[in-house]
Write a protein that binds this ligand. Structure first.
Ligand SMILES: [Fe+2]
Length: 213
């Protein structure tokens, strides 16, 4: 499926309800082998070799962004050092404030370890919420991961070989926007709010490195 078709179809769906349609379209989009080359061609035609408008990080490309959702192609490298672990935010328990669908695109795929928060109570630093069973999903090509916002504490484990995934991030609606994403320690105890801040910091960091170099 072409990216343009995917975007048109997503724009026609009720993104909170049409889960089977979204999963099936994402799988079809993942059979398109030229997403990255088309994206690079389009952005170079538009912006030259400036990375200012198009780069999310050195390993993630925003293929499309609008008010409701983002389509992102991300690369996941195997790691050998702690520094590399931090680049990809592997092994860090966290939640997101957005709903996420992801499909394996190439390589053996990273693994996500998830536990759902069962409490409705607001999270507090140092107090572990009640949690559901641990679930493991390896995002090999065609596999789909779906995570609701704020409810799923998860961490990513590196793949064996360089891998890529396609993800659809559904932006939070205004009504839930005042709730935050959190980070947790290895025992799922909340440590600090805001992984989004961290991801932004990584992005800024990657950009400044590129601009300097
Ligand atoms: Fe995550």
């Amino acid at each position: 499926m072409k990216l343009k078709t995917f975007i048109e179809r997503m724009s026609a769906y009720d993104l909170q309800r049409d889960k089977p349609e979204i999963i099936s379209d994402l799988r079809r989009l993942a059979t398109n082998r030229t997403l990255l080359s088309e994206h690079l061609y389009t952005t170079i035609q538009r912006d030259g070799f400036s990375t200012r408008n198009s780069l999310y990080s050195a390993y993630a490309f925003v293929l499309h962004y609008n008010e409701l959702f983002t389509v992102r192609l991300g690369f996941w490298s195997p790691v050998t050092s702690q520094d590399e672990n931090e680049t990809f935010i592997y092994n860090l328990n966290h939640t997101h404030d957005f709903e996420l669908y992801a499909v394996g695109y190439s390589g053996d795929g990273y693994t996500t370890v998830t536990r759902r928060i069962l409490d409705d109570a607001p999270l507090r630093v140092g107090t572990r919420p009640a949690l559901g069973e641990k679930r493991l999903l390896k995002l090999s090509p065609g596999e789909v991961l779906h995570m609701l916002p704020l409810q799923e504490i998860h961490k990513q484990l590196p793949p064996q070989t360089m891998s890529a995934s396609l993800s659809l991030l559904i932006h939070p609606q205004r009504s839930v926007k005042n709730q935050e994403a959190w980070c947790f320690d290895e025992n799922h105890v909340p440590t600090y709010p805001g992984i989004a801040t961290q991801e932004t910091a990584l992005f800024e960091n990657a950009l400044s490195l590129l601009n300097d170099g």
